[in-house]
Design a protein around this ligand. Structure first.
Ligand code: GLU
Length: 458
């Protein structure tokens, strides 16, 4: 089989939607999987709606996700230019071919594509007028997701508007031909256009590409019903960038919107995705966005990160919250983050989770406070543990455990008579990293000072 050539053909008119990123990703995965080429083609013929800012955001988002392209803006290639706004001459050439073959004609300033077949007129409810129709042969759209879809165009359609701009259908097909595209993976919303496209391919005497029309992305049930919109939480790639999600987690999650590996494994590295992805396994039914799943997948990727990759986004999140700065001790920061890494789902949760490591001014959870301090012996337990901690030879987790255990034995109590109180005294909450390493990291000074403060307040 000849080399696979796929393309991602966005029209950058606004923020990059997760569905757009998915189209890019599936094309990229397919190209990488098959050793083919991914072409990035910018469909910017709508001068009013396409903006430089949107293009920049799009390219930036693709790079952040790790989706690179073999031909296109910034990298060039043999079938450039890669902006449709710069391909006018080619469109003229292809238009001429249709005119020469009597497959196009001018009417009211626009140029129409001429379908083949017997012509007749019929009253059309939609246009409320007699319109000319054509008895064409149905076209068969070869779609790997939907099987063969048979459709029939019955009216000539515009390929060059009266203002001289070529139409989307026309340039889309001309470019797929000129760029030698073998597979078209795009959103299901384009399926109704595809019979027009196949008619154009036929008119140019070129075999149409293999199509894969991907299912719509549906709203998270918590946000309502129907198609996900740009306003829904989690819909924009920029949001994931701003919220410090891991790009490989976002890629993993997006890949599962309409595709899944045969064994339903959910957490996959980029290499695993490339290895296991196949357009044959794309699903037909709408793909439901699931914010909880996104968060879980992000957590799984965060847990697996080597600490040197975990640090920069973590430090950035803590920095944004004003908890750390250039003066923060690097070793201290590292041990705090090693404790947090196994516990939190996203970098945006880090500041509230870890604030007490960096400031004495952290939030106290009133429920935990009430539950722990209402016990009659709370004050006593805190008072007796303070001198023990002050007197330990060293403040590492093992020594801490031995010291507190000895105290508990002496009082004929379980060690857990102290643990929740200790945790609350130093962090203000009932949960968090493993207690003993956390105390070790905080250090004797902070731990004892916080215990004394709590004791004084009781
Ligand atoms: N510019 C079109 C879009 O963004 C491309 C459609 C296609 O992939 O053929 O929807």
């Amino acid at each position: 089989m000849s080399q696979v050539r796929v393309r991602f053909a966005p029209s950058p008119t606004g923020s990059t939607h997760i569905g757009t990123a998915r189209t890019a990703l599936f094309n990229w995965l397919y190209a990488r999987k098959t050793g083919g080429k991914l072409v990035l083609r910018i469909e910017d013929t709508d001068k009013e709606r396409n903006t430089d800012a949107a293009l920049e955001e799009l390219l930036n988002g693709l790079k952040w996700l790790g989706i690179n392209w073999d031909e296109g803006p910034e990298v060039g290639g043999e079938s450039g230019p890669y902006f449709q706004s710069q391909r006018g001459d080619l469109y003229k050439e292809y238009l001429q071919k249709l005119l020469d073959a009597d497959r196009a004609y001018e009417k009211d300033g626009a140029i129409f594509f001429k379908l083949e077949g017997e012509r007749y007129t019929e009253y059309d409810d939609y246009h409320k007028a007699e319109v000319e129709k054509v008895r064409t042969e149905p076209v068969v759209i070869e779609d790997v997701i939907r099987g063969n879809v048979t459709r029939r165009e019955e009216r000539d359609f515009v390929i060059v508007r009266s203002n001289g701009d070529p139409s989307f259908h026309f340039v889309n097909v001309v470019d797929d031909i000129a760029m030698g595209i073998t597979h078209v993976l795009r959103g299901e919303d384009h399926l109704p256009n595809t019979s027009k496209h196949v008619e154009l391919f036929k008119a140019f005497g070129v075999k149409p590409p293999v199509y894969a029309h991907m299912p719509m992305i549906l709203k998270d049930p918590a946000q309502g019903k129907g198609k996900m919109s740009k306003r829904d939480r989690g819909a924009l790639i920029e949001e994931y960038q701003q919220r410090d999600f891991l790009p490989e987690a976002v890629v993993n999650f997006i890949a599962l919107l309409g595709w899944s590996p045969k064994d339903d494994q959910e957490v996959l590295s980029i290499d695993e995705l490339i290895e296991r992805f196949d357009i044959k396994d794309l699903q037909k039914a709408g793909a439901r966005f699931d914010e909880k799943k996104m968060s879980h997948i992000n957590f799984e990727h965060m847990k697996r990160l080597p600490i040197d990759r975990y640090l920069p986004p973590a430090v950035s999140a803590l920095g944004k919250a004003g908890l750390v700065d250039a003066d923060t001790d690097a070793d201290y920061l590292k041990s705090v983050l090693q404790l947090c890494q196994q516990k939190i789902n996203s970098f945006e949760d880090l500041p509230s989770f870890a604030a007490y490591f960096f400031t004495d001014d952290y939030t106290v959870d009133p429920k935990t406070e009430k539950k722990l301090l209402k016990k009659a012996d709370a004050a006593e337990r805190i008072q007796e543990v303070i001198p023990v901690l002050e007197g330990l030879d060293s403040f590492d987790a093992i020594t801490l455990e031995r010291g507190i255990q000895a105290l508990a034995d002496e009082k004929e109590l379980k060690i857990f008579a102290y643990f929740p109180l200790l945790r609350f005294a130093v962090s203000g909450v009932g949960g968090g990293p493993d207690l003993l390493p956390m105390l070790e990291t905080l250090g004797r000074e902070k731990v004892v000072a916080r215990l004394k403060k709590l004791s004084a307040n009781l």
